[in-house]
Design a binder for this molecule. Structure first.
Ligand SMILES: [Mn+2]
Length: 436
């Protein structure tokens, strides 16, 4: 086989609106809106610098089926630049930008192949430097937004061809329940089709489902919400003489989303908590000086500060102040290293004096004593768990599920039930410390 190199991307979602963010300054909003285009620009640069022979884009180029004029023009511009470098682009449409969507009916330039929606056609890919045939690329687009058939089964290799075969599919492999189950299929279905590389799109989280043949989701090129955290980008794939692909991930995103945990344990007052938050923000700025970051804090652990967070709304107050500071940065056009705090999820609890509670003659005390007792004797734990789960054990399915539960899992249930009970009862009765 002749060695070659291609770039695999998917889910560009150009011109996403980022409508989920509240209280965002207009400058930051427009920067966010520009980010999908900026990531596309970076994709073009990676393709040129890495000298790829061609590109495959596996669906959802646009965020909505009636793609904005700006979105389409910016995509055309990117395609044009790739064309000037002789880089061929293979493209399919997905559930967000199906073939029947309202878009400009512009004719695609010669170096762009858009696969139709009837059956996966075969198209030949060439090596740029000498024009040699190196791969057969097949793909199928979504004719309409909802494709619920297993279209993977309609793919087959080009008869008689021994070239490297790439299949482009926008769909849900092995029923990822977090995404809509369009073009549902199994890993086995794909492996059995005999292709060398499945260039997938649809699931926005990057993952390599299988090595040989390669079954790959590159993820989207720019995160668009707090559910899409971490680096986003594309794969550059090198295929060697033996037909083995090696994948290298390239970051393309301009705005990085992340969730940070922050424990309030051991913090003695509000000021210390604020200092902690600010310190994490500085750390993010240092880690990602060239990107804008959007961060959500999950406040966890037990401590005195919980009261200030839960009752006085300290988290909301600090949030407004932090957002104001970053809005000032944005006005100075200082977007690199900007850290936008999207919100605080208060999951922390009140601090408790466990030792004293264990002695206390109260419902809470009794509950805690029961939990400690059962933690140390297997029989008592079994008895408690069985009586708590009795209504569920009447159901055959649930009984089967529960029979597989390990001792450690049961212990962890017990501990978290005790912790939750303490927090809930403590909040109802006022904390033990309140009595001091
Ligand atoms: Mn998508």
């Amino acid at each position: 086989m002749i060695p070659f190199r291609f770039l695999h991307a998917a889910d560009l979602h150009l011109d996403s609106r980022f409508s989920g963010l509240a209280h965002i300054s207009p400058a930051i909003r427009s920067y966010l809106r520009e980010s999908t285009f900026a990531a596309l620009g970076r994709l073009v640069r990676v393709a040129i610098q890495e000298n790829v022979d061609f590109i495959v884009i596996s669906g959802d180029v646009y965020d909505v089926s009636d793609a904005s004029l700006q979105g389409q023009l910016r995509f055309q511009e990117a395609l044009k630049e790739l064309g000037q470098h002789g880089i061929h682009v293979f493209l399919i449409h997905g559930n967000h930008d199906p073939l029947d969507g309202l878009r400009l009916t512009t004719e695609m330039p010669k170096h762009v192949t858009v696969f139709g929606g009837h059956k996966p056609d075969h198209s030949t890919a060439y090596r740029r430097k000498d024009g040699q045939e190196v791969a057969i690329v097949s793909g199928i687009s979504y004719p309409t937004a909802k494709v619920t058939d297993n279209t993977a089964l309609t793919f087959s290799r080009k008869p008689g061809s021994r070239l490297f075969h790439i299949a482009m599919l926008h769909g849900n492999v092995d029923g990822d329940l977090l995404h809509e189950t369009y073009s549902p299929c199994s890993r086995r279905d794909l492996i059995e089709r005999g292709f060398d590389y499945w260039a997938l799109g649809h699931i926005h989280k990057r993952s390599i489902l299988h090595e040989k043949p390669a079954i790959v989701y590159p993820g989207n090129i720019q995160g668009r919400s707090i559910k899409e955290t971490g680096p986003k980008g594309c794969y550059v794939v090198d295929v060697d003489e033996a037909g083995s692909p090696t994948l290298q991930f390239h970051e393309l995103d301009y705005v990085r989303w992340q969730v940070r945990e922050l424990s309030i344990e051991g913090l003695s007052n509000e000021a210390e908590w604020i200092q902690q938050v600010e310190q994490v923000i500085d750390e993010i700025r240092e880690e990602l000086p060239e990107l804008m970051s959007v961060v959500r804090f999950r406040l966890i652990g037990r401590g005195d500060v919980h009261k200030v967070l839960a009752e006085k709304g300290a988290a909301e107050d600090l949030l407004s102040e932090l957002q104001r500071r970053e809005a000032v940065r944005a006005e100075r056009k200082d977007y690199e290293g900007l850290v936008w705090v999207e919100g605080f999820a208060v999951e922390s609890g009140l601090s408790i004096d466990r030792e004293r509670l264990l002695e206390e003659d109260s419902f809470l005390g009794e509950m805690l004593r029961l939990s400690v007792r059962t933690e140390h004797t297997t029989e008592a734990l079994e008895e408690l768990i069985n009586s708590a789960l009795k209504p569920m054990l009447e159901n055959q399915e649930l009984r089967k599920l529960l029979s597989d539960t390990s001792q450690e899992e049961k212990l962890s249930w017990l501990r978290s039930a005790a912790e939750q009970g303490i927090t809930m009862l403590g909040e109802m009765e006022g904390t033990p410390e309140d009595e001091n």
